[in-house]
Design a protein around this ligand. Sequence first.
Ligand code: MF3
Ligand code: CO
Ligand code: CO
Length: 264
Amino acid sequence: MTISIKTSEEIAKMRIAGRLAGEVLDYITPFVKVGISTDELDKLCHDYMVNVQGCIPAPLNYAPHGHAPYPKSICTSINHQVCHGVPGDKKLKNGDIVNLDITTIKDGYHGDTSRMFYVGEPSIQARRLCESTHEAMWRGIRTVKHGSTLGDIGYAIQSFVEGLGYSVVREFCGHGIGKKFHEEPQVLHYGKANSGIRLEAGMIFTIEPMVNAGKAGIKQLGDGWTIVTKDHSLSAQWEHTILVTETGFEVLTLSADAPPPPEL
Ligand code: MF3
Ligand code: CO
Ligand code: CO
């Protein structure tokens, strides 16, 4: 188990890759409307990353062990889809909630971030799930500093989420990130305070809780990628890439239009 400590040169490159990933979400926001297909969103993001930003979309042809190569440039997870939804010709409809997950590679380094979007006018319950998941991510982020633990992150997220009657998905977690898309450590979104690995300044990892309105159980669809809730309940996710600093954290995937952190 080795977690890399990034050098200041690497951190500078991660800041750029991270900001660019956030800026893809800023760019795509006005297009997320009733009637657009997730394939169209994928194409718009792909072209923006490649032609405007000079980035490589990391998901395209990504093939972790046991998976067929991922066929698209972004992930689009709608309603009861938890994560890794594969863009297709299905059009967004009024009331949908959709997660767009963007991972850029710039100058050899990765930036990974996702947000929830409202299509038209989702239900009060759907909005509350999305807002609560955003707050859960930030509660996790705010525990981060040199000397705190991975368990502190998981505990902050799980205790908040379960207190609202929601559940935390267990099978997928945040991850170290750098030259590789997925590095050590695994960042669980549940756990015990003051447990697990101690954070050190210079570590970089994502925090990306997946929160189900119903039970935590999930299953994979026949496409080999899309993950859905077993009970068909709604699911939400937000993600940022985080640098551990001596005094706290730096969010590397912020951009001009990133939703502000909630006041607690
Ligand atoms: N971006 C996802 C994450 O946050 C991973 C997507 S892998 C893909 O870790 F192949 F589905 F794109
Ligand atoms: Co990630
Ligand atoms: Co991601």
